[in-house]
Design a protein around this ligand. Structure first.
Ligand code: SAM
Ligand code: FES
Length: 343
């Protein structure tokens, strides 16, 4: 059996196989990796691409992750919060554009108390009963996660960032811990959320060993979603001078994840579109099946800057929606008006 077939049928990978796939220059093997991953995605989701409307509702954050442009120590970040009405108006705009999933993402902003989050989630839930509500607001207590779920949130994105303890310590200050982050993910799954973990490709100090840990964690958690995208430096962070993750490695990892976990909802991220003008198209062709255009109001987009040179910061939601449709149709895929649940 060939290497790719073995990984696909076993839905598992050894460290040697991972190292080989991430370092080989055998073009025929790489083409087979990509086409097999795409065929697996086609067999589950066909040529349909799911869209998620991303609403970046606050860039205040109490955390200080070394890689992130909205970390609390970045005094040059121009901070903003959207009001509940502004968030609802983004949803209305998105609904008219065919979005059936709204992703509320933000820094860990204590001003947005649990009561406030529950209030906005319930309003979206009752105004748009046919839509999914995804939260991506960081580490909270089990009680808070349960309250958000009871208020109507369906899904939760919380990238684990790295499953390697030593690596985790190099990316985060002392007060944060990998064990807490992993426990949050397990709690989210237990409550019943469609749960997403993930990591940055090429983050500083990442090694083959840490990437292998990431894949093993995905196999253990069995998340419904996995978000991976290249690390891109932000000029006002401690990692300002670190190199970005590469397009090539991100694409290889997208394909490998598709083979290991065939049904996973896998986005071609904005960061991938930032490091290459056709990054998102190539992500889909490597096995991704989700794109997440931005629904945030234009006047705040340029402020949610996790990394430098982020794309789409000057565009209206409608422009992004049309642009994404053109891009997907250009490679033979179709954006669907659908909640896009895990199958
Ligand atoms: N606060 C929430 C959390 O911690 O999950 C959600 C917001 S957080 C900014 C979203 C994701 O952005 C992180 O999980 C991280 O992987 C990614 N991110 C942060 N800085 C980045 C950078 N410099 N390059 C690429 N991705 C980055
Ligand atoms: Fe925003 Fe293309 S997705 S302009």
């Amino acid at each position: 059996m060939s290497l790719i077939e073995e990984i696909r049928t076993r839905q598992n990978i050894t460290k040697d196989q991972l190292v080989h796939l991430l370092t080989t220059e055998d073009e025929a093997l790489l083409t087979r990796l990509k086409t097999t991953a795409r065929a697996v995605a086609d067999s589950v989701y066909g040529n349909q691409i799911f869209i998620r409307g991303l609403i970046e509702f606050t860039n205040y954050c109490k955390n200080d992750c070394y890689y992130c442009g909205i970390r609390r120590s970045n005094t040059r970040s121009d901070r903003y919060r959207l009001t509940e009405d502004q968030i609802l108006s983004c949803c209305q705009n998105g609904y008219e554009l065919g979005f059936r999933t709204f992703v509320l993402q933000g820094g860990e902003d204590p001003w947005y108390s649990d009561d406030k989050i529950c209030a906005v989630v319930s309003r979206i839930r009752s105004s748009y009963p046919d839509c999914a509500v995804t939260l991506s607001i960081g580490e909270k207590s089990e009680e808070s996660y349960q309250r958000f779920f009871d208020a109507g949130a369906d899904r939760y994105l919380l990238r684990h960032e790295t499953a390697d303890e030593t690596h985790y310590r190099k990316l985060h200050p002392e007060e944060m811990s990998l064990s807490h982050r992993k426990n949050c993910l397990r709690t989210l799954k237990r409550i019943g959320y469609q749960t997403g973990c993930g990591f940055m490709v090429g983050s500083p100090f990442q090694t083959m060993d840490s990437l292998y840990e990431d894949l093993m964690f995905i196999l253990e958690l069995q998340p419904e979603m996995t978000g991976i995208g290249p690390f891109i430096p932000h000029k006002d962070t401690p990692f300002a001078d670190c190199p970005a993750g590469t397009l090539d490695r991100t694409l290889r990892l997208l394909s490998i994840i598709r083979l290991l976990h065939p049904h996973v909802l896998l986005p071609a991220t904005t960061a991938l579109g930032t490091i290459h003008p056709l990054g998102r198209e190539m992500g889909i062709q490597a096995g991704a099946n989700v794109v997440m255009p931005n629904l945030s109001p234009t006047d705040v987009r340029g402020k949610y800057l996790l990394y430098d040179n982020k794309i789409c910061t000057g565009d209206e939601a409608a422009e992004c929606r049309c642009c994404m449709q053109r891009r997907m149709e250009g490679i033979g895929y179709e954006i669907v008006t659908d909640r896009g649940d895990f199958r």
